[in-house]
Design a protein around this ligand. Structure first.
Ligand code: ZN
Ligand code: FE
Length: 257
């Protein structure tokens, strides 16, 4: 990524972020669930839209595609196996998205779990991962199995620690509150709770996060640790033999939290 390329959030609905990747007068948007705030942002900053990137088919991520296309006939990138409005560039694992006006080349990572076709876009030190990995949490399993989601999260866990994570929702404080029910003695998590509460009290986004911080604090990336295993076993009053059993248990507990 060129040093003048910036990634900024446009808030949408109650807790979505539409990420804008901008360089000079050009901008791409990621998961524009609503066109109206994007059009306002582009007009206000005198930016020209050059691409739409979608991570998965849900309406809060794709609902603005057609209205944006009506004003800017740009390429629309998204998962090949899902129904994406206006899709022009269907993508599969390891495909590249080349955005020369933004000085950016992104690789596609398949991340089944939240939906079956969900993808992320990965470039040098940046990850745009939709509803798969959240700050201190992970997406709900609407279409995939726990095993698929765990495998997807483990693909992200091995990315370089400094990789910035741009996910699509501001769920961080609720996720931290849940994480603390299982991992209350984790000093990194306790510190993160303070830092993120301060940001939210000033109405600042808690994102981007980064892989290193998630490895230290996100319960869904810590299913192999004895701490999380013991905590989940205690909650369920049952032995959990492996990482997948711990992940499944924690995901179920979060659904009811
Ligand atoms: Zn979604
Ligand atoms: Fe979403």
């Amino acid at each position: 990524m060129l040093c003048e390329t910036r990634i900024l959030p446009i808030p949408a609905f109650t807790d979505n972020y539409i990420w804008v990747i901008q360089h000079g007068k050009y901008a791409a948007v990621v998961d524009p669930g609503d066109a109206e705030p994007v059009l306002r942002y582009l007009a206000h900053h005198q930016l020209q839209l050059c691409a739409i990137l979608n991570t998965h088919h849900h309406a809060d991520h794709t609902g603005g595609n057609l209205a944006l296309l009506a004003q800017y006939p740009v390429p629309v990138y998204g998962p090949a196996s899902e129904s994406i409005p206006g899709l022009t560039h269907p993508l599969r694992e390891n495909d590249s998205v080349n955005l020369p006006t933004l000085g950016l080349e992104l690789k596609v990572i398949d991340l089944p779990g939240h939906t079956l076709g969900h993808i992320a876009y990965y470039g040098t030190d940046i990850l745009l991962c939709g509803d798969t990995l959240f700050a201190c949490g992970c997406g709900r399993l609407f279409e995939g199995t726990p095993a698929q989601m765990l495998a997807s999260l483990n693909k992200l866990a091995v990315l370089p620690a400094q990789t910035a994570i741009y996910c699509a929702h501001e769920y961080t404080l609720a996720n931290i509150a849940f994480a603390l029910t299982l991992d209350a003695d984790n000093p990194d998590l306790l510190q993160r709770a303070r830092v993120e509460q301060t940001k939210r009290s000033k109405n600042l986004p808690t994102l981007p996060s980064n892989i290193g911080l998630e490895l230290a604090t996100n319960p869904f990336l810590r299913c192999r640790t004895q701490v999380l295993k013991s905590a989940a076993e205690h909650c369920l009053n049952q032995l959990l033999p492996d990482e997948l059993a711990v992940f499944t248990a924690i995901r179920n507990l979060k659904n009811k939290f």
